[in-house]
Design a protein around this ligand. Structure first.
Ligand SMILES: *[C@@H]1O[C@H](CO)[C@@H](O)[C@H](O)[C@H]1NC(C)=O
Ligand SMILES: *[C@@H]1O[C@H](CO)[C@@H](O)[C@H](O)[C@H]1NC(C)=O
Length: 378
């Protein structure tokens, strides 16, 4: 019996790796990504994006030497990282869609998330973690797909092994997560190794949490063979789960993130809460409290919540009280088209009608400060 064990790029439904036909878009993302790791640098480099990878590596002042070398040596890896960036930014925005800070990016702004990342806040902790996780994910996937010269499927997964269901043969292509983690650590952490301050320690810690989060959701996938699917023989491989699982996990870690302060000799940090028991090993850590993100504040990088949609019946972060910070909301009637009166048709389709109904949409009022409008116009 011949078994088709090739795993194609479509196994994570949401990914459309090759749909992008515009290279400029790709480099756009690529540059965005590189600048995530260089938030403390100001540079006007925007339009280099149209040039080739090598030129980009040479021209981005924000890259530390080590990153620049890696970039020049592995342009194909950089491309995977750039493509992956779209995905983790989208995941970040999904996780925070109901929050005042919603992980929005600034167009044409090299800092990507704006000045909000300058603060060593819980939000910064999350972004560093999910960006590292995103790089691990993107590189590991590219290795498995044979897109990269330097890595491929995990060659260690050979021969026999066993799990709680018994013995199996390693086969197919196991995701080479260890390579993904190793490269990510070298590339992403390089910048933080240059300085020794609380922020660098915080970033290193959260980067590591992000990398490990991907590994946590590796799963064994198997194919059965044997007489009429008896599953007497199994061929198995290790595969990463959908990135959503990593996103959900890190989002929980955001909720329980731990405030820390640097210790006296500057080699590590201590938990701010003296009663804290346990370890910060697998927790996100932050140094500064977050702003409330209620108002537009350019200096703090807060966009404010004016105009944000809120949910009148919710009691969570997307409720009108919380989202609008007590400023109140406006209500508009809007028409929505939904699928309705769906019927199952033999066989095998579901047919629906388009129904139109009106819904109330609530949006947060702006702050009454007179200069508010000026601040929002750019
Ligand atoms: C995120 O918040 C900003 C500022 O309030 C808003 O302009 C943007 O539309 C929001 N994005 C999403 C996806 O809700
Ligand atoms: C608003 O919140 C309620 C309660 O959490 C939820 O059931 C409902 O689906 C939400 N509506 C929208 C439009 O998100």
């Amino acid at each position: 019996m011949k078994i088709d064990m090739t795993r194609t790029g479509s196994r994570n439904g949401t990914i459309s790796r090759h749909s992008s036909n515009s290279t400029s878009k790709l480099y756009f993302t690529f540059i965005l990504l590189l600048l995530i790791f260089t938030p403390r640098v100001d540079s006007s480099w925007w339009y280099i994006g149209a040039l080739g990878a090598r030129v980009i590596c040479d021209n981005i002042p924000g890259l530390v030497n080590k990153q620049r070398q890696l970039c020049q040596r592995h342009p194909d890896l950089m491309q995977s990282i750039g493509e992956g960036a779209k995905e983790w930014i989208r995941e970040c925005q999904h996780q925070f869609r109901h929050h005042r800070w919603n992980c929005s990016t600034l167009d044409r702004d090299h800092t990507v998330f704006g000045r909000v990342m300058l603060r060593s806040s819980r939000e910064a902790a999350f972004v560093y973690a999910i960006s590292s996780a995103g790089v691990v994910y993107a590189i590991t996937r590219a290795c498995s797909q044979g897109d990269l010269k330097i890595c491929s499927c995990d060659a260690q997964k050979r021969g026999q092994a066993s799990d709680n269901r018994g013995e199996f043969d390693w086969g197919g292509c196991s995701d080479n997560i260890n390579y993904g983690i190793k490269f990510t650590k070298t590339f992403v952490d390089a910048r933080e190794k240059m300085v020794k301050d609380a922020r660098a320690l915080m970033n290193l810690h959260n980067n590591r949490c992000g990398r490990m989060a991907v590994k946590r959701f590796m799963k064994l996938e198997c194919k059965c063979h044997g007489v009429s699917g008896s599953c007497a023989l199994r061929t198995c491989w290790l595969a990463m789960s959908d990135f959503r699982r990593t996103g959900d996990y890190l989002r929980k870690k955001y909720n329980t993130a731990i405030e820390v302060t640097m210790n006296q000799d500057g080699t590590g940090f201590m938990v701010a809460d003296k009663d804290f028991k346990g370890t910060t090993k697998n927790e996100l850590v932050y140094v500064e409290k977050s702003p409330d993100y209620c108002l537009m504040d350019r200096a703090a990088g807060s966009l404010g919540t004016a105009g944000r949609v809120c949910n009148k019946s919710s009691r969570g972060t997307d409720s009108c009280e919380v989202m609008c910070c007590g400023r109140g909301y406006d209500t508009m009637r809007a028409k929505r088209v939904t699928k309705c009166e769906c019927k199952f048709k033999w066989c095998c389709a579901v047919e629906c009608k388009d129904c139109e109904n009106t819904v109330d949409v609530h949006t947060c009022k702006p702050h009454r400060r007179p200069d508010w409008l000026d601040q929002t116009r750019r």
